[in-house]
Design a binder for this molecule. Structure first.
Ligand code: PHE
Ligand code: ZN
Length: 853
């Protein structure tokens, strides 16, 4: 047990910083186990704070060598979390603080602060890592210009901003833009750059570099291309230009998250930079494009305008996710992107919102902020901005954003500031809308309909379930985009946006020629669960004819879900209507192949567990897995000729291109081949594997074989071919786990952890082996509890070296209350065992504590 229970931090306790920083100069003398950091900081009392405060600096794990105030040496005694200089010892007005500390990047396995990744130095400071580098007011509302000097024999020495000067064994950088410490970055290593150039709309020439290890130079072209397109897009769509002379990106192998938007020096998990057709799948390419754009867009939404405190995290993350979604829609296909985004939202955010970890987009308290980089803050945060845009309209959205940039550039802001620019630009009171930021839980919207004398009445009721600590919910403003279809599929009423802002509201559409079919929540206009019971015939009509591509997809999805529920609960079999609708759709050449590929995916195991639970059932992972297997086989048998045609037709002649068109064709081909494997014993998949010249098809084909319990030979071949490529080896591990037979899954993971390539301290590798069990629900939830025990053992082990990654993976357990008593008892036992560990991290303590409730 932890000896002291960490205290939560509350939004309501926010106080402005007593001291501001005018400027910072840092000198780093790099050495693996004894790096010296010298900081020179000019402080100024904050005119907006009450005078007379002590100076409190954050600092963790720092060995203080010396400290000076206005040049005079002082003795300071650091405590666990920093040091305090009493007010009476502080000079009047502005003063200079200087400190020299020693740190050990080599021993830093938490990958927060300054650490080493295979011989290179790098930093990760968001959210509170800078305090592991030197003593500082480590909070985002303290912004300052930084000068950095790096001394090291390594050839490449990088920090934020513009290069200032350079010599043998040292480099100096100057970042003129005031920034919070969380955006500080430093990299030193034996790296090579892929370089390019960009001229901004303001005429600034910017040197672009992507720094990688030797040997990886040939895998940077796509990231560079995505960067340049992001820069153009932000100029054209948001009027935002880049503001430094260089933009550096560095790929590192050991990284807790996806990437980080440090000013002028983005640091990326190498899996979101490096790509070649042979080693990266189409979805890897899409992730690279999205994340490169995301981090670049942060330069304005996050860096120039940052967060006042970490409760406002969604101010930068929700907005930046929304911007990367818009960008991806423009680069690829808006409808396909929307479907993918909604699938992710449901899989991650709805799952979070429906369980013990539910929290508002703007939380009110936290113990460890690293635990709040969540799907709710990111993806639901983006949905709130999408709704705002829908409610105020395109033009006013643009006006609001222009006002936001003009008014708040250089500031650390709040959600209130954000809402205010919309209220002003749109001339509308948004106080009710703002509840979305404070209220956790996914709202349910129940639909009832009435048809009388040519008049159609739609009644919508909203209700948000209880979430931990928030029993009472108020009605939200829910934009419901909808249209009415006639029996022939023609549109009787085109898309209109209804605003549901009371617990119950009715909307009447008079003078209709016939009973309409309502297509509700078009484009998924609000992050809610819509309960609209429609007959299979009406759903089939929408699947065939809805003018809204999202609802077309959704209709097919709902049909599949209803059938799978009936299979799980009553042992039913899919009727001909569904199979016919699917058959027509697959062969419909007017439809985008990417759309057809998505529509061929039946709901996954976790998705079904969640929808069954929502419908009042206790989900049985084995029954769900069995029903899906049967459904997939029946679909494959019923659609065999069409699937064969489509698999043969989806050629992508010419050199490999990761663009949306070719990627969509490959997605449909791989999906068709995967289904066919269930009818042809993998013949076509084995053939595709043998001649694949790109990772999408190679991995897709191997996965299709694994999914039907074969593919051992191909797996061995795959490993022999790719043993030297870390990112591909990650795929080799995770595919085996994902597709393992449920009863064998935990044993297989156990066996893979003995493999010489299982480097458990590398977050990507840990996730690809242990985390992959989350993608195999029937395996994870095997009734003997072996999956639970294995995951708990590894979380405990990882918590000792990397609490942030361990805590993040503990969400494998977040849905535990859905399951039967026996499984709940097993999981509770494991959660309690984790909780009872000595030296449990604050990160893990908070997560497991919340899950136990
Ligand atoms: N701010 C990063 C992003 O959204 C995510 C991140 C958070 C990375 C914390 C590292 C640590 O792009
Ligand atoms: Zn971000």
């Amino acid at each position: 047990m932890r000896d002291t229970t960490p205290q939560p931090i509350h939004l309501a306790d926010y106080q402005p910083p007593p001291f501001l920083v005018e400027n910072v100069a840092l000198t780093f003398r790099l050495a693996p186990t004894a790096t010296r950091v010298i900081s020179e900081i000019r402080f100024r009392p904050n005119p907006d704070a009450t005078p007379g405060h002590d100076l409190r600096l954050d600092g963790e794990g720092l060995k203080l060598i010396s400290a000076h105030l206005n040049g005079a040496e002082i003795t300071a005694r650091p405590d666990q979390s920093g040091l305090t200089i009493p007010a009476q010892d502080l000079p009047e007005g502005t003063f200079d603080w200087q400190a020299e500390v020693e740190i050990s990047p080599d021993g830093n396995t938490a990958l927060e602060g300054l650490y080493m990744s295979r011989g290179m130095y790098c930093t990760q400071c968001e959210a509170e890592g800078f305090r592991k580098i030197t003593f500082y007011p480590d909070r985002p509302d303290v912004m300052a210009p930084f000068r950095v000097r790096i001394e090291s024999d390594l050839p490449v020495l990088l920090s934020n901003g513009n290069p200032a000067s350079l010599g043998q064994g040292w480099a100096e950088w100057h970042d003129p833009h005031p920034k919070p410490a969380y955006l500080f970055a430093l990299v030193a290593g034996d790296l090579v750059a892929a370089s390019d150039q960009f001229t901004t709309m303001e005429g600034r020439d910017v040197a672009l570099n992507i720094w990688v290890r030797k040997g990886d130079e040939d895998k940077t072209a796509y990231a560079m291309d995505a960067l340049k397109r992001s820069m153009v897009w932000d100029e054209q769509v948001y009027g935002r230009a880049y503001d430094l002379d260089v933009f550096n990106i560095v790929a590192v192998d050991d990284f807790n998250m996806g990437a980080m938007e440090n000013k002028g020096l983005n640091i990326f998990n190498s899996r979101y930079v490096l790509a070649s057709p042979q080693t990266a799948t189409d979805s890897d390419y899409a992730s690279i494009e999205r994340i490169i754009a995301h981090e670049y867009f942060h330069n304005w939404t996050g860096n120039r305008i940052t967060c006042r405190d970490w409760f406002q995290l969604s101010l930068k993350e929700g907005l930046t996710v929304y911007r990367d979604q818009q960008f991806m829609g423009d680069m690829r296909s808006h409808s396909v992107k929307r479907i993918e985004d909604v699938l992710t939202l449901r899989a991650r955010q709805f799952r979070e919102d429906d369980g013990p970890l539910a929290h508002p987009v703007r939380p009110e308290s936290y113990v460890e902020i690293n635990n709040f980089y969540t799907a709710t803050v990111y993806e639901k945060g983006a949905e709130l901005i999408r709704m705002l845009q829908l409610l105020v309209g395109q033009d006013r959205y643009k006006a609001a954003l222009d006002l936001y940039f003009a008014r708040h550039d250089g500031q650390a802001c709040t959600i209130e500031d954000w809402i205010a620019v919309f209220e002003e630009a749109a001339g509308r009171d948004l106080s009710q809308f703002k509840r979305w930021y404070g209220q956790a839980g996914t709202p349910r919207v129940d639909v009832s309909e009435d048809w009388q004398d040519g008049s159609y009445t739609l009644t919508l009721r909203q209700h948000t379930p209880d979430t931990p600590g928030q029993p009472l919910k108020e009605p939200l403003v829910i934009p419901v985009a909808m249209g009415l279809l006639g029996a022939d599929g023609a549109e009787m009423v085109p898309t209109t946006v209804l605003e549901l802002d009371s617990p119950e509201q009715s909307f009447t559409f008079p003078d209709l020629p016939a009973r309409p079919v309502a297509s509700l929540l078009r484009g998924f206009s609000a992050p809610v669960v819509l309960n609209h019971s429609l007959s299979p015939e009406d759903r089939a009509l929408m699947l065939a004819h809805d003018t809204d591509p999202f609802n077309r997809f959704e209709a097919g999805r709902a049909l599949a879900r209803d059938i799978l529920h009936a299979m799980v609960l009553e042992g039913a079999t899919p009727g001909p209507d569904y199979l016919n609708a699917l058959r027509t759709m697959v062969s419909d050449e007017a439809l985008d192949p990417a759309f057809r590929a998505l529509a061929l995916h039946i709901p996954g195991q976790d998705d079904l567990a969640s929808s069954l639970y929502a419908a009042g059932h206790v989900p049985d992972p084995d029954a769900i897995q069995a029903a899906r297997t049967t459904a997939l086989r029946l679909i494959a048998e019923a659609l065999r000729p069409q699937l064969q045609d489509v698999a043969n037709a989806m050629q992508t002649p010419g050199p490999y291109s990761p663009d949306a068109r070719d990627a969509g064709r490959r997605a449909l081909k791989v999906q068709a081949v995967s289904l066919l494997a269930r009818a042809d014993e993998g013949a076509k998949a084995a053939e595709l594997f043998a001649r694949a010249d790109n990772m999408t098809e190679q991995l897709g084909a191997w996965g299709a074989l694994l999914a039907i319990g074969i593919g051992q030979e191909e797996g061995a071949q795959f490993y022999r071919q790719w043993a030297q490529d870390r990112l591909v080896v990650d795929k080799w591990f995770s595919a085996q786990v994902m597709y393992a037979a449920p009863k064998a899954a935990a044993g297989l993971v156990q066996q893979l952890t003995q493999h010489p390539d299982f480097e458990w301290k590398n977050p990507n590798r840990f996730r690809s082996v242990i985390g992959a069990l989350g993608a195999n629900p029937a395996g994870f939830h095997a009734t003997d509890g072996a999956g639970y025990k294995l995951v708990a053992d590894w979380l405990i082990r990882l918590d000792g070296v990397n609490p942030q990654s361990a805590a993040r993976l503990s969400t494998l357990f977040e849905t535990w209350r859905r399951y039967d008593e026996a499984r709940q008892a097993l999981i509770r036992g494991e959660l309690e065992r984790i909780m009872s560990q000595d030296n449990l991290s604050r990160d893990m303590g908070e997560m497991v504590g919340r899950m136990l409730g």
